[in-house]
Design a protein around this ligand. Structure first.
Ligand code: SAM
Length: 274
């Protein structure tokens, strides 16, 4: 790091203040000694010339009404990396073991991708469900919500255009049915699939979630790593509150709810049931 950066981050009290603020408002715990990524990301904000130092960033977040800077900070410090059919065994499990058991009566099957990033997880779910249920039933009976703290990734998700270099992530039979080529470099998800999806901004660490109808299946993968155990616990309890009595919860296979006091029972790696 250059001398200029060192000077800004020499202020240990300000660094501690911003760590506490990120913990309190976002539930993200940055361990002491592990601040180098945080420093790099904060430096971007300071370089943008909007803020002269860390204290000014904290003051702004403390005083602002629309929490725009807090959300920008969340986007800067968490990674949005995602891809189609990520942890494919989860989708296999969904198709083989969950979908055949679901009885909908007149209700819709409601799924929630709770840290959806740019939409790849949501559209993977669409493809799996449309294929398993048949398009007619899928369009009539499925509703998928994608939420994220970052407005930028949600815009990408709604737009649903992706780089051709990522096309290989989608199995060939799905490519045929659910995507359209756009240009030499890009493809897009077919509009008909997009119709069952809704994207909204939501901070998982917000307290009570504002949903009236219950979810059958919640995907919340590769985001728990950012949260401390207390935050993970309260998020899981909220998931339970907004889901059906026999709902399913998917986290990443590299994450675990072990040691948490939550109303979710382990089924297999990354898969839990209420
Ligand atoms: C690594 S991506 C995971 C995407 C997808 N679920 C997957 O497994 O590929 C993590 C996402 O979590 C989002 N995120 C981080 N903190 C969040 C919070 N407090 N509330 C909601 N989303 C959050 C980030 O913006 C990012 O898009």
């Amino acid at each position: 790091m250059s001398d200029q950066i060192e000077k800004v981050f020499l202020n240990q009290r300000a660094l501690q203040r911003i760590r506490l603020l990120i913990h309190k408002r976002l539930g993200i715990h940055i361990k002491e000694g592990k601040e180098s990524l945080l420093r790099q990301r904060l430096w971007k904000l300071i370089q943008s010339k909007e803020f002269k130092d860390l204290n000014e960033i904290c003051d702004h977040i403390d005083n602002e009404k629309d929490s725009g800077l807090l959300l920008r900070l969340a986007t800067l410090i968490s990674t949005n990396h995602t891809y189609f059919f990520r942890e494919k065994s989860h989708f296999d499990y969904l198709q083989k073991h969950i979908l055949p058991t679901i009885k909908l009566n007149s209700n819709k099957l409601r799924l929630w991708s709770a840290a959806s990033s740019s939409g790849e997880e949501v559209y993977t779910l669409c493809m799996i469900l449309a294929e398993a249920m048949g398009k007619k039933q899928f369009f009539e009976q499925v509703a998928i919500l994608g939420t994220d703290i970052s407005q930028k990734v949600l815009q990408k998700a709604e737009y649903a255009h992706y780089l051709k270099e990522n096309l290989h992530q989608i199995p060939p039979n799905f490519r045929l049915n659910y995507i359209d080529p756009v240009s030499n470099d890009t493809f897009r998800i077919k509009n008909e699939l997009k119709k069952v999806c809704l994207f909204r901004r939501l901070n998982l660490n917000m307290g009570r979630y504002p949903f009236k109808q219950k979810f059958h299946i919640i995907f919340c993968r590769n985001v728990f790593i950012y949260f401390d155990m207390a935050t993970q616990e309260s998020i899981c309890k909220e998931f339970a509150r907004v889901s059906t009595s026999d709902a399913w919860l998917f986290i990443s296979q590299t994450e675990t709810l072990r040691n948490l006091d939550v109303p979710w029972k382990y089924v297999s790696p990354g898969i839990y049931r209420k």
